[in-house]
Design a protein around this ligand. Structure first.
Ligand code: COA
Length: 175
């Protein structure tokens, strides 16, 4: 089991180790600043998750612009997810938040959202804004659950299938 305390496996407590909930180990999340060397791995997750993924250039530009670009990894270095937050004098803008497909729905998105809040607060922002596709019910439900409220619609904001465009729901959370 990845991330299991070494001492347990070594001390013959295999049965207890096997019964240990995976989520406890997975909570050992390490956040680090996204670097250029991370981008191939980030790009692979991005492409696996989105119909219209960010390009590596989009990530590189965000890093070069000194946006808050963070990666979450498990204790074994496996990718959990990432987020990019653009800080403005008052409101921060969550540009991208992504949990790797196999890790979704296990509480990691909440950890990333909480971390984004902490960073926004630390930089004296009073709120976080984000956009989300109406066709993304899971993300919408998660954002509503953690307290984001819809404040508007951006018409035709996102590219969609077949040259079409999709609106964005704009949400805001006071932090
Ligand atoms: C959206 C995303 C970041 C959420 O991360 P996640 O790991 O799946 O979400 P979590 O499991 O951490 O859930 C977060 C919270 O929402 C709650 N939640 C999850 N699904 C819910 C639902 N359908 N209704 C209400 N609450 C829900 C969880 O219980 C949890 O709340 P808690 O911490 O109080 O228990 C992730 O699913 C993802 O990367 N999706 C693909 C990419 C994407 O859509 N990104 C957003 C683009 S705008």
């Amino acid at each position: 089991m990845s991330g299991a305390p070494r001492s347990m496996a070594d001390s013959g407590e295999g049965a207890r180790d096997a019964a240990w909930p995976a989520s406890v180990h997975e909570r050992a999340v390490v956040f680090s600043a996204m670097r250029k060397a991370d981008l191939p791995e980030v790009g692979a997750v991005e492409t696996a998750v989105y119909s219209h993924p960010w390009t590596l250039g989009n990530f590189q530009d965000s890093i070069s612009s000194d946006y808050q670009c963070w990666i979450a990894r498990d204790a074994g270095g496996g990718m959990i997810g990432y987020f990019l937050l653009m800080l403005a004098p008052d409101e921060a803008h969550l540009l991208n938040i992504t949990v790797a497909p196999a890790r979704q729905g296990k509480g990691f998105g909440r950890l990333l959202l909480d971390r984004a809040c902490l960073i926004a607060r630390h930089h004296a922002a009073s709120a976080i804004l984000l956009e989300v596709r109406p066709s993304n019910p899971h993300a919408l439900a998660v954002y509503r659950h953690v307290g984001y409220q819809q404040i508007g619609i951006r018409k035709g904001y996102y590219p969609a299938a077949g040259e079409r465009r999709e609106d964005a729901i704009v949400m805001r959370l006071a932090v």
